[in-house]
Design a protein around this ligand. Sequence first.
Ligand code: FAD
Ligand code: DHB
Length: 393
Amino acid sequence: MRTQVAIIGAGPSGLLLGALLHKAGIANVIIERQSPDYVLGRIRAGILEQTTVDAMVEAGVGAGVGREGIVHQHLDLVFKNQHHAIDLHRLTGGKVVTAYGQTEVTRDLMEARTASGQTTVYQAGNVSVHDFDGLHPQVRFEANGQSQVLDCDFIAGCDGFHGVCRASVPKNAIHEFEKVYPFGWLGVLSDTPPVSPHAIIYANSERGFALCSMRSMTRSRYYVQCALTDPVDAWSDARFWTELKSRLDPATAERLVTGPSIEKSIAPLRSFVAEPMRFGRLFLAGDAAHIVPPTGAKGLNLAASDVRMLSQALGEFYTEKSEAGIDGYSERALRRVWRAERFSWWMTSLLHRFPDTEGFGQRVQEAELEYLVQSQAASTALAENYVGLPLQG
Ligand code: FAD
Ligand code: DHB
């Protein structure tokens, strides 16, 4: 088998890259180790920056988000039992974010890919990448019990944090930066109307962080900070709802509609960046290259901005015969990545309860939150980063 760009991984970054390349007339094949149902079953992000929605429109898959995405002009901060609105729209000169789940983004991309007849190999075994330091890279894998070889011009490593691409780069060619946080997030999905259908709520409380989000007008997504050692089974639905209410302001807690969970999982929080994001003819994009703690809602959005930059670079290579774009990809992408890393680390530090700083840390966070909601300069800085910095930035 031969293609121009071999994409490893059919998560949001691999599928969106495939769609953007297809639009640009560049042939690509996606190799994914899981089944489509498994990929769609992972409940993850839910807030899209305008640049991500634009990338979906550019890729020809904007209909679903245009129809069902719910625009948020505000985000709400809760601390000291009080509720404060940050007007994203006003503070950023008209920018907003859109609530539309990663599951829906992935489903739209999968459907468009099937309709356009492009090749995706699901349930590929023993995927490995070779010869990306030369002009003729190869991907090897097993499908239907047979060994296969995919020859290509370039490999795009869109295979997430635990993928094979970053792990195949010689250790001395890569520099990794990492910070792990001493807590996790317990997430619950439920078919109940969202408590705040027009603004995500981020809550700082003495009991820890909480977040109220949504997938639609009838489906809610909530999170509470929890201990990393907690098994999911330790959290009955009743315990979850009681804990969530205790971390919100009284009026919001009163309005919260509870119901059975339809998904419940615990995720660890991590900041991670691998530099560079290009090794000869292998590029890394999305979680394969970096992880942010989810507090700033940046993981999926960074994956989208990486692949938009990568598709532009590959477009220049094929149409203008210029290597300038692919040579500059890593530096351009990393500049935006580090800004999102900084913002996600800051949001995480501001809103969570840290075991080592206890009461002092709590008071300092409350002082910063008060400053944030009272100062136009500070709220503008939050709003600008939350809606997403410009792609060029
Ligand atoms: P992924 O979505 O990880 O996709 C990578 C794909 O590669 C997967 O389908 C995987 O099966 C495949 N793959 C892996 N190894 C191989 C291999 N060897 N061969 C072939 N295929 C392979 N972000 C937010 O903004 N908000 C959130 O609430 C949030 N929650 C999250 C919860 C969890 C548990 C996780 C893990 C992430 C969460 N994120 C969240 C981050 C966000 O979901 C990611 O940033 C986003 O999924 C990145 O997309 P990606 O395509 O780069 O990677
Ligand atoms: C969601 C997740 C986030 O990490 C976040 O910051 C906002 C919303 C969500 O799952 O909807």
